[in-house]
Unconditional design. Structure first.
Length: 92
């Protein structure tokens, strides 16, 4: 019983850590997007978001935190929405 509780605590700790790291990376990616010049193509932004999400999902998956894949997929969706909004903002 004690071993199971320790595994659960470690899983929660790892998931929380990677959610925090992913949140920071997402904020940094958004910062980079807004710092890029106006003529930066949407393709470049998509490549940045894809590379960030792929690496993050790979690291989280290798450490065995299954929830990390879900969080990475959601953050990738959020990054796409941010890019779309950023593109609309730059066109106006």
């Amino acid at each position: 019983m004690k071993k199971m509780n320790m595994d659960r605590i470690q899983l929660i700790a790892k998931t929380t850590y990677f959610c925090a790291v992913g949140g920071f990376a997402l904020w940094f990616a958004f910062y980079l997007m807004t710092a890029l010049p106006v003529d930066a193509s949407m393709l470049t932004l998509s490549i940045f978001a894809f590379i960030y999400t792929f690496i993050w999902a790979l690291v989280v998956g290798l450490l065995g935190v299954t929830l990390g894949y879900v969080v990475a997929a959601l953050s990738f969706l959020f990054a796409i929405i941010m890019e779309w909004g950023y593109g609309l903002y730059k066109r106006t």
